[in-house]
Design a protein around this ligand. Structure first.
Ligand code: FUC
Length: 777
């Protein structure tokens, strides 16, 4: 098994490429490990400019049209009907508008620890991130003493914590805060406490951070310049808490002043003492992290630094390569735990919870034409369901502003959000021609609410959270789908396949997303046994809907309803394959799979990090494990930084999450109502095991395999009910035990799957029971 740590033998010189991330879903920090100067850049998720609260003129508009535009949408629809396409520039001129007060995620600044008498060149320098415990550390020797620092972000205690120790002592340092927005806050220091308090000039958002320093022996002195200096201590530690008065409530997006919560968090943490704080953190982290483990038989030399391991990686047969793949999988889970936990003010954005800038790329926002969605692909499959809670709340909070956009722009019921959004309910449009129009985003987001139900079978969640948002998103499409004069089917118009081509009526992705939404909403309504008139309306729309699946002149799955695809086009978005993943219209042995493969071949194996990670999923769903692995290997060689962050470029975390989820997708799938065991195992992974994967139907699954064949399968059912399963394991002799009774039990043998030697069987599972299949011989 891979070492569960990233390790380096020099301090980080660069935030994006080398520093190491810690986080508790709300707070994030990047640890540099400098010897004479430790730098800890930190974030609080809701420190965002933009939105309401700024000057009255011009007021924040959520991206809704500032002046009514009667007939504008109809004119674009007519243009498309007459000419087949409309140019993005023209549509943006008619339907877009310059974006105002959109804002950007902000760094909270840096904590610096100046260490007097530190050596120029220490001995045995080690910088590590132990992802199994969630602890970053720095160690070195100098002048006959060993120096050690540890840092972590505690979810239960809502602080970032750090400790410095020297054996033999003493410990001494000076701590200060700096910010790239020097004018918007004051820093005060007294009684071992640093207080950073201010308000963003842009929107008046109030923010506060406090640091409390605690030392064992020695003294802490407060400087008039806002510093705290520790001298003569045996050891010293600090805790940092931060907050803002942001709330996800439309229209003012303001809540409680952060002072009380921040002060309480640092005081309570300081009160506890370091050992308790650390052990509470490690226990909390491991409760999530240890649920899942992947073993591909990887092995890396124990002292090989991670940057060198990554640089040497070729995606070949070397066990060190497999060790990196295992680590990348585990790191994706680590990063999700660190950047999204229940109660966090916002979900994981383009950079998770991390950002060192006041003007990050794309504002480090919430792009909803793939990126935010990809961030949460690992949440359920990788057994971290609770990390999706901030996403669920974010989606719920978009409904109020999204309803206004639906009404004002489309004259429709329901709610929408377009290509990207911010914490302030930006559900309307801007005017970047190839990336401003995407009302399908709401439908794609509620897919995640329904997935939560499919994985957990939590009917309370379905009734109270998922269904109301799905129903309202579906109502929008019931009002806006239009009969296509070409063939009478219902289509989305204007439709735009993300970041690509012209505006048309009924592009594949638009149709497939709407198909997914209407299908899921109908299923949900049936599961709840309610809403019969709405069910009938959904059924009628589905019957008339163009499903967005069409095979074109060169055998490709068409991206547009007319055959416009260029076989030489290698654009990173492959949006027309939504039906393959995350949708479920395309089955690997069904009529569209071949065309999907033709399209994917033409698009090629390149692309940005998220693009490759999506392609890992596509090939896994086509059951081509070797091709999926090739994409994963390409991501590790071309799109991964020394600290194993995904790079678009720049750093963009969706690729990390997408790759981890893609590995799971190669080993287990359940989206079509059948538990597919080892659907896309690559030849590079002949022997291995995985445990703690989750599948639809409230199932937890473990698999071991040898020489490319499953040897054991354990399935723990959360609910009573039939579990259909498919795999080569069931085609040869095996034993099956019910762990709860200890008895042998049996399955119903359904079908053989011609061609690949797999069979499908059905187990009558009992909730709480674990079933173990073991190949014989
Ligand atoms: C989408 C992508 C870009 C980038 C941006 C943040 O629009 O097309 O590649 O990832 O999001």
């Amino acid at each position: 098994m891979a070492h569960r740590a990233l390790r380096y033998d020099t301090p980080a010189a660069d935030w994006e490429r080398e520093a190491l991330p810690i986080g508790n879903g709300t707070l994030g920090a990047m640890v540099f490990g400098g010897v004479a100067r430790e730098r800890i850049q930190f974030n609080e998720k809701s420190l965002w400019t933009g939105g309401p609260g700024g000057p009255d003129s011009p007021p924040y508009d959520h991206g809704n049209w500032r002046e009514p535009r009667p007939g504008a949408l109809a004119a674009v629809q007519r243009l498309i009907e007459e000419h087949g396409t409309a140019a993005p520039d023209d549509v943006a001129a008619r339907l877009g508008q310059p974006r105002i007060r959109y804002g950007a995620y902000q760094t909270f600044g840096d904590l610096w620890l100046e260490i007097p008498g530190a050596p120029e060149t220490p001995d045995r320098y080690r910088r590590r991130l132990d992802i199994g415990r969630g602890v970053a550390s720095v160690e070195y020797a100098a002048h006959g003493a060993r120096h050690r620092r540890e840092f972590f972000a505690s979810y239960p205690d809502r602080v970032i914590a750090g400790r410095l120790s020297t054996a033999p002592g003493p410990v001494a340092f000076t701590l200060r805060h700096t910010s790239p927005r020097p004018g918007d806050h004051h820093v005060t220091a007294h009684d071992g406490r640093l207080t950073i308090r201010g308000a963003l000039a842009d929107n008046g958002l109030r923010f506060e951070a406090q640091v409390r320093v605690v030392c064992d022996g020695g003294t802490v002195t407060a400087g008039a310049d806002g510093t705290l200096t520790v001298t003569g201590a045996h050891g010293a530690w600090f805790v940092l808490a931060a907050g803002t008065d942001y709330a996800d409530s439309h229209p003012d997006y303001r809540g409680e002043d952060p002072h009380r919560v921040v002060a309480e968090a640092v005081d309570a943490a300081a009160e506890q003492g370091w050992p308790t704080l650390l052990s509470r953190h490690v226990r909390d982290h491991r409760a999530l992290f240890d649920r899942t483990a992947l073993d591909l038989g990887g092995q890396a030399p124990p002292d090989l630094p991670t940057d060198r391991q990554r640089a040497a990686y070729t995606g070949g047969d070397d066990p060190a390569d497999r060790a990196l793949e295992e680590l990348f999988f585990a790191y994706g889970r680590y990063l999700l735990i660190a950047s999204s936990r229940p109660g966090a003010p916002l979900p994981a954005g383009l950079q998770g919870v991390w950002n060192d800038s006041v003007q990050p790329a794309w504002s480090a926002d919430y792009h909803t034409n793939i990126n935010l969605q990809m961030n949460y692909w690992p949440a359920h499959a990788l057994n971290l369901a609770e990390t999706a809670e901030p996403l669920h709340r974010f989606i719920t909070a978009l409904r109020a502003p999204g309803r206004i956009t639906a009404r004002e722009m489309f004259g429709a019921r329901g709610w929408v959000v377009h290509n990207e959004t911010n914490p302030y309910g930006f559900t309307g449009v801007h005017d970047w021609p190839t990336a401003f129009w995407f009302p399908e985003a709401a439908a794609w987001l509620v897919h995640h609410l329904y997935e939560h139900y499919r994985f957990t079978l939590d009917t309370g969640f379905l009734r109270d959270t998922a269904y109301p948002a799905m129903r309202e998103a579906a109502a929008f499409w019931l009002d806006t789908l239009r009969p296509d004069p070409r063939d009478g089917t219902l289509v989305v118009s204007p439709g735009y396949s993300p970041e690509h081509g012209d505006f048309t009526a009924g592009p594949a992705m638009s149709q497939q997303i709407v198909h997914d939404l209407l299908t899921a909403t109908l299923e949900a309504a049936r599961a709840l046994g309610d809403d019969l008139a709405f069910q009938a309306a959904l059924r009628r729309a589905l019957d008339a809907l163009d499903p967005g699946l069409r095979i074109g002149s060169w055998g490709q799955l068409q991206e547009w309803k007319a055959d416009l695809d260029d076989p030489a086009d290698t654009h990173r978005h492959a949006s027309h394959l939504f039906a393959l993943h995350p949708g479920r219209q395309i089955a690997p042995d069904g009529p569209w799979a071949g065309a999907a493969a033709v399209s994917l071949d033409a698009r090629g194996d390149g692309g940005t990090g998220w693009s490759r990670a999506w392609k890992v999923h596509f090939w896994a769903r086509l059951r081509d494990g070797d091709r999926a692995h090739r994409l994963l290997a390409g991501q590790l060689t071309d799109s991964t930084l020394p600290n194993l962050w995904d790079t678009h470029p720049p750093f963009q975390i969706d690729g990390n999450f997408g790759a981890a989820a893609g590995i799971a997708q190669m080993l287990l799938q359940s989206h079509r109502g059948v538990l597919d065991v080892l659907p896309a195992l690559p030849r590079r992974w002949p022997d291995g095991s995985v445990r703690g994967l989750r599948a639809h139907g409230d199932l937890t699954v473990g698999i071991t395999w040898r020489a490319g064949r499953a040897r054991t399968l354990t399935v723990t059912a959360g609910h009573d009910g039939p579990v259909r399963m498919r795999g080569a394991l069931f085609a040869r002799p095996y034993t099956l035990h019910d762990g709860a009774t200890g008895h042998e039990t049996a399955v119903r043998d359904d079908t053989g799957d011609p061609g690949d030697g797999a069979r499908t069987v059905t187990l009558a599972a009992r909730g709480g029971h674990t079933y173990r299949f073991a190949a014989r011989g």
